[in-house]
Structure formats: C-alpha cells, structure tokens
Ligand binder design. Structure first.
Ligand SMILES: *Cc1c(COP(=O)(O)O)cnc(C)c1O
Length: 431
C-alpha cells in the first residue's frame, strides 16, 4: 500500500487486542495439545479457579459461562425460589433482574444514591419484607457499594448478600476490603467489555464450602461427584465403578454452565496480569478527571468516590448537567465529542423495571407476546415500583470508555473531551 495520501486522514481505530498479549495463546495451545483433556497441570478450569481465588484471597472460585449464570447459581445456592424476594438496584443491567426471575423469585428494585450512583442502603431497609431472602449490591462502574451498611442490614434480617462485581475487579472499600469478598458470594463476568475477559464467561468466589458445592453442582448438571473444590464430573470415582450400568450420577438439579477449557486458558493468562488490566482503566479515568477539573467544568459530575475507596473504573461515569447549566442536550454533547475525535459516549441502560420485557412478565406473565403465559406466578411483581433518584439520574448519565491500552489512544479521548468542554463553555458564555 502507498504511504501518505489518504492514509494520513484515516481515523485511527484503537484496537482492543492489547488486552490479550500475555500467555493466552500459550495456554490455549496447551489445551488443544492435550486434546481438551487434563494436562499434566490439571485442567485449565482448575488452574484458572485456583489463580483467581488466590488473587482475591478466598477459598473457592467456580467458573461459569457468564456473569448472569453466576448470579443464577448463587441465588439457587442461597435457596431462593418462588415466593421469595431479592433486592436489586433499579439502575443496573437487566441481567440482575433476570437472574432473580430465573429462580421464580421476584426482584424488588431499590433506589440509588445520586452521588455514587450505587444501591442506597436506606431504600434497601425500607423495602425488606417477610419474603426477602437476599440483597444483590451491584458495584457499578468499578466502585464498591456501601457494604458496611448493606451487611449490617443483612445480618439484622438474616439475609444473604450476593455482590455483582461484573464491573468491579479488585475495587476496595474504605477498609481495604475487595468487592466480592465482603458478602456471602461475589460474582464476576468475563464478557468482552469487562476488565478481565475470556470473550464470554463468569466466575463465583466464596469462603463458604456449602455454597461453593451447591453453586458448582447447579452449574454442572448436579453430578453427585462434584464438590466445592471442583474437579471433574467424575470426581474421584474410579473408572471401574463409574462404568457400571447401575451407577447413578445425579443427586441434585443443575444447568450446563461449564466454562470451555479454551476460555479458562485465556482467563488464566488474564489473571496473571489482572493488576495491569485494572491499572489501565484507572489511568485513563484519572486523565478524564483531570481534564474535567482543569477546564473548570462544573456540569460533568463524576461518580463520587467516598474517602478511602478505590474505584477501578470499568468506565468513567458522570452525571451530565449541561442540559440545565448550558442548555446543551445530552445528545448534542455526545455528537460534538465524537466530531472532535471522541469514542461514543455510552448512555446508561434504561432502569431495569422500565424495559418492556419486565412489563410483559409483570402484566401478563409472558416471556413472548405471542405465546401462552410461561411465568404466571411472576405476575404483578412490578406493582408500585418507583425509584425517583434513579429515574432522575438515568437520563443524565454518560459513560466514557476506559479500555484504551496505550497512552496515545487515551490522550485522543482526553483531548476530545477538553475540546468539547471548551467548545460549550465558550458558547455558553455568549448566551
Ligand atoms: C456484564 C454484566 C453482567 C452480565 O454478565 P454477562 O457475562 O454478560 O452475562 C451482570 N451484571 C453486571 C453489572 C454487568 O455489567
């Protein structure tokens, strides 16, 4: 190809592949060379689980197919089922609500704090009933929720706590506790946008042996030989016993949530450099924050990080107040930012209870409009739901990307942000 000419004007598209330049290929090759069997080191899943558990300082780690199946597994291990309620923030991805519905229980949505954007413990307290079985704090955008308050409430009401850490790898609270190690179970997603990725996948961590065994068995067809520590469906049973027509395999119910060995291979390589993966996001977030400060911009209000907390910045989330302060719409700000070289700014997901599917289930007990009700017992679960802080906040949220691997890509975003801010501050003054 000829140099110069049009090339100079071609927009540089940052590649995301910088995240996978460690031992990923080497470990995948080990899996393939072993014919997907156990290598001499033990299976990749077992190695990945051990490495993950060690990094988080917990006894058990259990791989899974996604950060949604992990939530499902944890809730089942808590004993959650029809007639129960699980407390979930209104502002999060829909999967948090789905996981509760999978068990036949009802998600009860609680409000968020307008400064931290995270689950508001005071509203949790208000929404506890006789039927509440668990609380699901979601450490949104990379920041741990107010776990002191949430654990206090949980202890008082004897509730389980499931921390959704899909967006928060190694984030800590003011006591230095890592998100996912404070409640009964921590759940992580390896979907491609997260800090750590295997393409798709998930993992659960816990110190509780009973919960670990239940979660693992539920994710692996309920093989009776599956234990908390893991291993294979066959467990320690000698082959001669196993290959017997009288051998009974399944003593509990379960799904097929096993992570492929090739994904576990990627996961193992990713855990080896997890600090680096997290650092990169914190690095660009610090640059965004500095740009907002240096430009004297008081209409982009970043997610508040309480004293002593460490935010790991899945994205930099800000509350956009330019609509009232500058009379510039959310959409126009985004458009200008992109014109000036910025990535797309992501809008926050609609509140979970505002998604049409939630209304369909609540109003009609249906999964599909053109099929008979398949979830009749879930009817009415949205009755009276209202989270006013989340409703006010959601349309204002902007999520800036934080997955840049090199400084030049980061600075492209930072420069675009500075220019956009300056553009609107200047034109704002003229008004
Ligand atoms: C991504 C995500 C999930 C779902 O994870 P999948 O692996 O995509 O199923 C759950 N909760 C939160 C907060 C997430 O960001």
């Amino acid at each position: 190809m000829k140099k110069g000419g049009n090339m100079a004007r071609t927009k540089v598209v940052p590649s995301n592949s910088w995240r996978f330049k460690g031992n990923e290929l080497k470990y995948i090759k080990e899996v393939l060379d072993s014919g997907f069997g156990s290598s001499k080191y033990g299976t990749m899943n077992a190695r990945f689980e051990r490495a993950f558990a060690d990094r988080f300082g917990v006894k058990y780690a259990i791989t899974s197919t996604s950060g949604t199946s992990t939530l499902h597994q944890a809730l089942i291990a808590f004993g959650v089922g029809p007639g129960d309620e699980v407390i979930v923030p209104a502002l999060t991805v829909i999967m948090c609500g789905y996981a509760v519905l999978y068990t036949g229980a009802k998600p009860v949505f609680v409000d968020v704090d307008p400064e931290t954007f995270l689950m508001d413990p005071k509203d949790v307290e208000r929404k506890i009933t006789r039927r509440t079985r668990a609380i699901m704090p979601v450490h949104l955008y990379g920041q741990v929720c107010d776990m002191d308050a949430i654990m206090r409430i949980a202890r008082r009401h004897k509730l389980y706590v499931l921390e959704d850490c899909a967006q928060c790898y190694l984030g800590t609270d003011h006591k230095g506790r890592i998100g996912g190690t404070i409640g009964h179970v921590g759940s992580f997603s390896f979907e491609n946008t997260k800090h750590v990725s295997t393409g798709d996948g998930g993992i659960l961590i816990t110190d509780d042996k009973v919960l670990a065994e239940r979660m693992r068995k539920f994710g692996c067809f309920g093989f009776k030989t599956v234990k908390a520590e893991g291993g294979q469906a066959r467990g320690k049973v000698v082959k001669d016993n196993f290959q017997n027509p009288k051998w009974l395999r399944h003593d509990t119910f379960g799904f097929s949530f096993r992570m492929p060995e090739t994904s576990a291979a990627i996961g193992l390589a990713q855990v080896e450099k997890i600090n680096y993966l997290v650092k990169k996001r914190q690095q660009i977030a610090a640059k965004y924050l500095k740009a907002i400060k240096d430009t004297g911009c008081d209409w982009l209000i970043p997610q508040k990080v309480p004293v002593g907390y460490v935010n790991t910045y899945y994205t930099l989330a800000v509350r956009y107040e330019g609509e009232t302060k500058l009379n510039v719409s959310w959409y126009d700000f985004r458009k200008k930012f992109m014109e000036l070289g910025g990535d797309g700014i992501y809008a926050a997901w609609a509140l979970v209870y505002d998604e049409p599917v939630m209304r369909l289930i609540s109003e009609e007990g249906r999964y599909f409009k053109d099929l008979k009700p398949q979830a009749p017992t879930l009817k009415g679960f949205l009755e009276g739901v209202r989270c006013s802080q989340a409703e006010r906040l959601q349309p204002k949220l902007m999520q800036f990307t934080a997955n840049q691997g090199i400084e030049a890509d980061m600075d492209l975003q930072i420069n675009a942000l500075k220019k956009t801010i300056n553009h609107f501050q200047r034109s704002g003054l003229k008004n």
